[in-house]
Design a protein around this ligand. Structure first.
Ligand code: NAP
Length: 310
């Protein structure tokens, strides 16, 4: 497995997104998926205090057990974790509580990458960064990152950290996949300007880029899109998306590859990419995702993919 730098951390180019844990995966399924990831050479696990109503962190911590020191754990704060309106956001008062909850649920003494899940319009970035810097100095957190920030918000956070001498964000996590490329115009260039690594969420467009959904057929039973409210699922399963997936599948097959391999290889080829944090509900999926990174796309392949998507 290829490794990439994320600040002082070294992460596998394929990571594991953990938002299915505690929701669609119980403790046993979580353990099976995590074990398959470790076996495939994956060392980077991305969760959040809010996933699975806080169960994702708990199941991940248990599944890692004694192997915790072999891996890099990323989690997040700021999304609501329950109905208490003080249990959310990016205020220093919540950050000091949120980090203790995450450490406890994960069963660890430090979080390798602590990410602000969403920007918080109510809290100046200075206050958030100062609180996060304190956690780094206390040794509770090794590196910090942001998620769902715009390029401009990343610029602002970088200049505040530099000016005050505080720990800077080393990562940005936003939606990016071959069907949703907008961050390449805004967030990815901001990452390049400030030396942040990019973490793409929905890298497989919730499974659409694995080839398991077909035009005119209902989503197969047990899949994520079968369990999703129809209105949301139909936005993903649109005529336009199917046409694009079919064109990409044809291209991948003409090169002896699958659409899954194309989705992952395309992300791996983007500037500042640190780790493709694909989610999984079964061990076979993790194995397939870890293997998919073996295809290195050329500049001509990337240009051809752009043309197909126009
Ligand atoms: P994703 O990676 O695009 O899709 C994951 C889904 O794809 C899995 O649940 C599985 O679907 C299917 N899948 C994965 N590998 C497969 C394979 N080899 N063959 C067939 N199907 C496969 O979406 P995601 O998990 O939501 O996003 C990745 C991670 O990003 C999350 O786990 C989370 O850590 C993070 N995230 C962050 C934010 C944020 O705001 N920062 C938002 C969303 C997600 P089935 O369930 O049908 O088996």
């Amino acid at each position: 497995m290829q490794m990439r730098k994320l600040g002082s951390l070294e992460v596998s180019l394929i990571g594991l997104g953990c938002n299915n844990f505690g929701r669609r995966c119980d403790e046993g399924q979580t353990r099976a998926v995590v074990e398959a990831a470790l076996e495939a050479g994956i060392n980077f696990f991305d969760t959040s205090d809010s996933y699975g109503g806080t169960l994702s962190e708990q199941y991940l911590g248990k599944a890692l057990g004694a192997r915790r020191d072999e891996v890099v754990i990323a989690t997040k704060f700021s999304s609501p974790i329950d109905d208490d309106p003080t249990h959310r956001g990016a205020s220093p008062a919540w950050i000091v509580q949120a980090v203790e909850g995450s450490l406890r649920r994960l069963g660890t003494d430090r979080i390798d990458l602590y990410q602000q899940h969403f920007p918080d319009a109510e809290v100046p970035i200075e206050a958030t960064l100062e609180a996060l810097d304190r956690l780094v100095r206390e040794g509770k957190v090794r590196e910090i990152g942001c998620s769902n920030f715009s390029g401009q918000q990343i610029d602002q956070a970088a200049s505040v950290a530099a000016e005050k001498g505080w720990t800077p964000f080393v990562s940005a996590q936003n939606q990016l996949n071959v069907l949703h490329r907008q961050p390449l115009d805004d967030v990815v260039p901001a990452c390049a300007r400030h030396g942040l690594g990019f973490l793409p969420y929905f890298p497989l467009a919730s499974g659409l880029l694995t080839g398991k959904y077909s035009r005119g057929k209902p989503p197969p039973e047990g899949t994520r899109l079968a369990g999703m409210p129809e209105e949301r699922a139909s936005r993903l399963l649109s005529e336009r998306n199917f046409a694009r997936v079919e064109a990409l599948t044809k291209f991948a097959e003409s090169r002896g590859h699958t659409i899954l391999e194309l989705a992952i290889a395309w992300l791996a080829a983007q500037p500042t990419m640190a780790s493709v944090i694909a989610g999984a509900t079964r061990p076979e999926q993790v194995k397939a995702n870890a293997k998919a990174v073996d295809w290195a796309l050329t500049a001509e392949d990337l240009a051809e993919i752009d043309r197909l998507l126009e």
